[in-house]
Design a protein around this ligand. Structure first.
Ligand code: UD1
Ligand code: CA
Length: 459
């Protein structure tokens, strides 16, 4: 049977100095709690139970619907938080992985390794420990003469002889669920913080003659608990370099990895080149050979093979293969650029389709439009899609040529192969192959400059 994960996420996180609950703060664009849930799932935990309390509504709104939640109304300690999950898990037998919502760097391998170690040793609990140079604030691992774990002592409860211990409790454990719940009521608040310490389960188990084991990781960065904004930034840096390294080893070129930020769920194919100050976030997919940046932000979008995106912002959009975006384009949600198409300089497109090989090269706003294949949209063209109350669509059919500075007053349709005259305000459909022109005749007044000069001299 698969393991369950219990994620402690009820604490306030006072040191964050924030009105947002700690675990809702983001690392690389993803809330910490989501990163922890994701790691637990990928490590094979079939059920995930989050204990929420402080800012519970906010935290719960970040969780997928398949994550169970239990409330801890008053935060009486980590042991108390687990008591709150007991009712939900009382019939479960097997491994219970206990994680903190503020430990976003823990890897899938470490969680899976912890479960495997407990299950093969038959221990009541396996504790994940690590050695750090500055153990201040952490619970310390007290070993017995046989190198077994005798107890975990919180920083505030250390005796003078225990101060030097540099092996710490990471706050990550794998318990035998039934054994844990059978002994939870043995916890008391008889300690420096007057809290129910989950860490006291170790001495409880030992006094019952139950086996306690430890797994020690030498990557202490992985177990970094985020308590302040300084540690939040540190976690971001660690996750950034871990993510970037994975992509570089898989064939992605980064000119400057320190200046390249990629969210954990982004997929990038081989031979993609990322220039500095490129931010790829959310559910984004980049196909082979695309080139992005510098100064580019892509969120929840797909970029086709060989496409080029330069100094642009792309949100919830699809860019076709070999398409060209920018410099300085803004593709807003619902934009679909066909293969080989172009959204050029200072072009904004929203909720629109641009067909294969069609070009919107300069200074345009395209909204709620359907543009066919092989269309050229002249500089300064604007779809007037909004009358202050409602939005209307524009259709431009295959092979049409839109003259520069055309105002397309929607709803309007430009037929296949039709042309609009430059500077026209087009409020009526233009039939196939026709020229739509709306422009007053030009008058030239001969000798105007000289006449003006004479008038000035008279004054
Ligand atoms: C805890 C451990 C400590 C360990 C450290 C590692 C205990 C008693 N101590 O200390 O040994 O070295 O983690 O980072 O467990 N939480 C709740 N409800 C509560 C209290 C806490 O949900 O009533 C949650 C917090 O939101 C947090 C996690 O539990 O996600 C850890 O709590 P925190 O107060 O940060 O514990 P530490 O003092 O860091
Ligand atoms: Ca902590």
């Amino acid at each position: 049977m698969g393991a369950v994960a219990v994620i402690l996420a009820a604490g306030e996180g006072k040191r964050m100095k924030s009105s947002t609950p700690k675990v809702a703060h983001s690392v690389l664009g993803e809330p910490m709690i989501s990163l922890v849930v994701d790691a637990a799932r990928r490590a094979g935990c079939e059920r995930v139970v989050a204990v929420t309390g402080h800012g519970a509504e906010v935290v719960e709104s970040l969780l997928d619907s398949d994550v169970e939640t239990v409330r801890q109304e008053e935060q009486l300690g980590t042991g108390h938080a687990v008591m709150c999950a007991k009712a939900a898990l009382k019939d479960f037998h097997g491994s219970l992985v206990l994680l903190s919502g503020d430990t976003p760097l823990l890897t899938v391998e470490t969680i899976a390794g912890l479960v495997a170690m407990r299950e093969s040793s038959g221990a009541a609990v396996t504790v994940l420990t690590t050695h750090v140079t500055d153990p201040v604030g952490y619970g310390r691992i007290v070993r017995d003469s046989g190198e077994g774990v005798a107890a975990i002592v919180e920083h505030k409860d250390l005796s003078p002889e225990q101060q030097h211990i540099d092996e710490i409790n990471t706050g990550t454990y794998c318990f035998d669920a039934a054994v844990l719940f059978a002994h939870l009521d043995r916890l008391s608040t008889d300690n420096a913080q007057k809290e129910y310490y989950l860490t006291d389960m170790v001495s409880v188990f030992r006094s019952e003659g139950l086996l306690v084991s430890a797994m020690t990781t030498d990557d202490s960065l992985e177990t970094l608990g985020v308590n302040s904004r300084v540690q939040l930034a540190e976690a971001g840096k660690v996750l950034q370099s871990r993510t970037n390294e994975r992509h570089m080893l898989a064939g992605v070129t980064m000119i400057d990895p320190d200046l390249t930020w990629i969210g954990p769920d982004v997929e990038i194919a081989r031979d993609v080149v990322l220039q500095p100050m490129t931010f790829l976030m959310g559910r984004t997919k980049i196909a082979e050979g695309a080139s992005l940046g510098p100064n580019t932000r892509v969120t929840d979008s797909s970029i086709g093979a060989g496409a080029v995106v330069d100094s642009s912002v792309v949100v919830s959009s699809e860019v076709g293969s070999n398409a060209s975006v920018g410099p300085v384009a803004y593709l807003r949600p619902g934009t679909k650029l066909g293969p080989g198409s172009k959204a050029g300089t200072s072009v904004e497109i929203k909720n629109s389709t641009v067909g294969e090989g069609s070009k919107v090269p300069h200074l345009s706003y395209i909204g709620d439009a359907e543009i066919g294949n092989g269309v050229n949209v002249g500089a300064g063209t604007i779809t007037c899609n909004y009358d202050g109350k409602s939005k209307y669509g524009t259709v431009i059919e295959d092979g049409a040529f839109i003259g520069s500075d055309t105002m397309l007053i929607a709803p309007v349709r430009i037929g296949p192969g039709a042309t609009t005259g430059a500077a026209s305000a087009i409020a009526h459909d233009v039939p196939e192959g026709a020229l739509g022109i709306e422009r007053s005749e030009q008058r030239n007044i001969n000798g105007w400059a000289e006449k003006k000069q004479r008038e000035r001299e008279k004054d």
